[in-house]
Design a protein around this ligand. Sequence first.
Ligand SMILES: Cc1cc2nc3c(=O)[nH]c(=O)nc-3n(C[C@H](O)[C@H](O)[C@H](O)COP(=O)(O)OP(=O)(O)OC[C@H]3O[C@@H](n4cnc5c(N)ncnc54)[C@H](O)[C@@H]3O)c2cc1C
Ligand code: SF4
Ligand code: SF4
Length: 1018
Amino acid sequence: MIPRIDLQQQINPTYFSFLEALADSGFRGDIERGYASRLAVATDNSVYQCLPQAVVFPRSSQDLVVMLTLAGKEAYRDIRFSPRGGGTGTNGQSLNDNIVVDLSRHMHQLLTLDAEGRRVRVQTGMVKDKLNQLVAPQDLFFSPDLSTSNRATIGGMINTDASGQGSLVYGKTSDHVLGVTAVLVDGTLIETGPVSGEALDQKLEEDSREGELYRCVYHSVTGHAGEIERRFPKLNRFLTGYDLKHVYDKHTHTLDLTRILCGSEGSLAFITEAWLDLTPIPKYRTLVNVKYDSFQSALRNAPLMVEAKALSVETVDSRVLNLAREDIIWHSVSDLIRDVPGKVMDGLNMVEYADQDEAAQRDKVEALCARLDELIKRGEAGIIGYQRCDDLASLNRIYAMRKKAVGLLGNAKGRKKPVAFVEDTAVPPEHLADYIMEFRQLLDDHGLQYGMFGHVDAGVLHVRPALDLTDPEQEVMLRRISDQVNALTAKYGGLMWGEHGKGYRSEYSPVFFGETLFTELRRIKSAFDPFNRLNPGKICTPLDSLEQLVSVDATKRGFFDRQIPVHVRDGFTQAMDCNGNGLCFDFEVRSPMCPSMKLTADRRHSPKGRAGLVREWLRQLSAQGFDPMAEEAAVMSRGTSVKGMVERIKHTLARRRGEYDFSHEVKEAMDGCLACKACSSQCPIKVDVPTFRARFLQLYHQRYQRPPKDYLVSWVESYTPWMAKAPGLVNPVMKNQWVKRGAASWLGMVDMPLVSNPSLKTLLADGPAGQFDLARLQGLSAEQKAKTVLIVQDPFTSFYDAQVVFDLVRLAKALGFAPVVLPFKPNGKAAHVKGFLRRFAAMAADSAQFLNQLARLGIPMMGVDPSLVLCYRDEYDKILGPARGDFEVLLPQEWLLRVLEQIPARQPAGEPWYLFAHCTEKTAKPATHQDWGRIFGHLGARLEPVAVGCCGMAGTYGHETRNLEGSRTLYGLSWAEPMGRLPRERCLATGFSCRSQVKRMEGQPVKHPVQALLSLLA
Ligand SMILES: Cc1cc2nc3c(=O)[nH]c(=O)nc-3n(C[C@H](O)[C@H](O)[C@H](O)COP(=O)(O)OP(=O)(O)OC[C@H]3O[C@@H](n4cnc5c(N)ncnc54)[C@H](O)[C@@H]3O)c2cc1C
Ligand code: SF4
Ligand code: SF4
């Protein structure tokens, strides 16, 4: 039995008392002190881990004023703060051991949109893609780009001066910030923007906090103009933190403090609101994919593209290219990047052009193509061919391929994982090829694996060498390589932090800036934050401070991970491998990843949060000498004992009395998970929360009693077949108000569905399906077998939505096949979701034996509900291993696609149907929409996919009383709108849960796609 984990890092008493005072001070945001909440922000995408004292989530600028004014009291002078946005930094920018102030949860409103003036004012917790979604109807966008645009915030972008693809034309974030509202460490609220001429002179004279800042910055930049000019590299990715070069324009006598704040990594002020300028969305876009015989040729050829006025030039090396080729994603681009016969493509430049003017766009693209033709003819520059695409869909396919391939780099097998620490160096583009050759040599000398890609137009190279940081020697290697790369960038006139900011690399700043300028940075820090209270250790310290800058040697995640024994780490790779890239924080409500995160805006309730908690849980257990792997093995083989039950009751009572156990915090985070499995396929690392969640629940409930509803859910496949036999008796009971109330309060279950009436058995009684008779099936000829299909029942569709199974039978028959409905065998999914793994293993073994036996018949088998069919593939594989055998249960669309050519095609016509695919299905099988579309097209109908996230039901999640509100909110996020807009009778949903949720929320059911197909054949 797992021991109680009462160890947790205590909060420093001064911080504790500050947080108490803050709660009584009029601060309206959330204050979280729990260990789990602190852990959730102890990591970002970097190699570092640092536990804060607490996390607070302000709701407004005023909240920050309140907080910082309180912190100004003598008793709280030691309290420090670190701002945080999306937490996607790659170098620990937002990590610290003080109070993390997260602006992303509540401060994400669009405040003013001035479309005519092409500007917008936002709260800085807004995610970049969200902003672009809101301004797109005005044909405008916020142009600085970054790969994390679906989760990084404007505040984070401003503070790292983010940029990415297209930066030659669109610039960096600082080029688009017109002014900000910032709260200084003493609670003063300032507005920034360009101040010129007399107004600036007045500011410089002002006897105020603001005047002091203007004077300090002005004297720093005017007093050292020559040195600034000499030191700051002349790069598109100019030097960030603090940008002395662009803050003052002597020709117009204009000073803009915004420029100093951009790239300051939260070390000068909290930026709460910002005016941003917007750019018209280009009307015409073209991508020219230029193929090379080597990566080096691609790099050396890049300046030509820049000369040819490209918007952006992105490159990938052969490793990235090959990863893409080996992945299913290659199918989507293989016609756009065709192989060149007789040549090996080992480098690729993706050259984009964009313009508002069609003729200008055409001229630029044609000029490049003419130049390429010439080079190919002369056999020069290693160019082996090129292809262009002008439509947005193709462009997006190419970029999606690049993104996926880069993600695949992170999914390396083994203990060595790609890590960020030299991942964004920049050198002048004309030196990039030579620089990269030396860089490669350096990494090769250390025997490291890596893939490279980057923005060659801006001289930015992305590379994450694979290291195992649980090995202390490799941590030493990280430091060595870091120093070497820093020196190498200097040799080529570039910089180490070309894109992502400094964070723990701040220790390189003094040498980089030189003593004079670094002293000026410290002077500026002193003016803004004299006592080093804002994100201390980052960028620089105040002038008189003796404190150190943070260092590359700071405590890393590997330090904690290595405390977990190797076999436990290997047994829980699902949680260990999360690298914190934050893709699971995706703001987009129409994306399936991750509903619980979207619902709560609480990072604990994300795959990353859950993985981090499980890692800490394993570490804490290991610290007590407990082996969770051994316990798991024991639980799988031992039965229930009276002693165990007594212990469980004792511990459960202690829990009720409020006894702390870190396992409860982990459990709380697991309870919020809908087990939708979106993470298991959408996360680039395939962090599969439902799998480790089930394992956690199994161990947790060895110590603590389960609630009755867990048993109710996990036994559903045992009692439902009985209930389904007598719908006339069961349904009136289920509909009874007293029973409903009792179920809601005692069992914690609501809106339980009614069993089908008539039942499937009754529907099938008139014999549309052949009787299951193994001997008869064995005796069929090969021809007859090819015309037969076996339908595998699941408990939900068969007993609660029998008409769908019946219609599937009728469809198969109408298409000329002989359907046979197999006897019901429990699938076990519900038991798995609740962590009854021993029972699940037994059910899976039984079912697999049955299905393997049938598979030997050589007749296709097809199930109905996606999540149960996919359970045969994934959960069965994980629990049974090779004992699963090789039976195959197809999804309806998979079977239909196999037989499609035997069915006469028709011309698509009529009103479209609308497909709402199940989350588990569309994430595990990205071609779901296309597959159904092909089938509908073949049978003479049009099908349009509807982009939706989770419907909020997800198995039994939405039926649990405690989840009811969340379930309804989730439905409202992305389903309610299209369901209200589209003709209901033409809306189709593949999931039983989704259909139940629509029925509950809209009072009307929707069909399964097979029912629509059946109507087409009628
Ligand atoms: C896979 C991956 C790809 C990436 N690609 C790019 C890329 O293409 N281009 C790029 O530029 N970056 C990239 N990054 C880095 C990262 O996404 C950016 O630095 C981003 O701007 C950080 O935004 P955030 O909201 O996550 O900020 P956080 O990481 O939370 O914070 C970043 C810094 O900003 C400070 N901060 C945040 N909000 C505020 C505020 N309101 N007031 C004051 N200080 C604040 C924090 O203290 C911290 O120092 C990538 C990261 C990953 C993981
Ligand atoms: S769970 Fe996956 S998507 Fe989320 S941070 Fe971890 S690796 Fe990234
Ligand atoms: S299963 Fe779904 S709800 Fe749970 S962590 Fe994964 S994406 Fe989030």
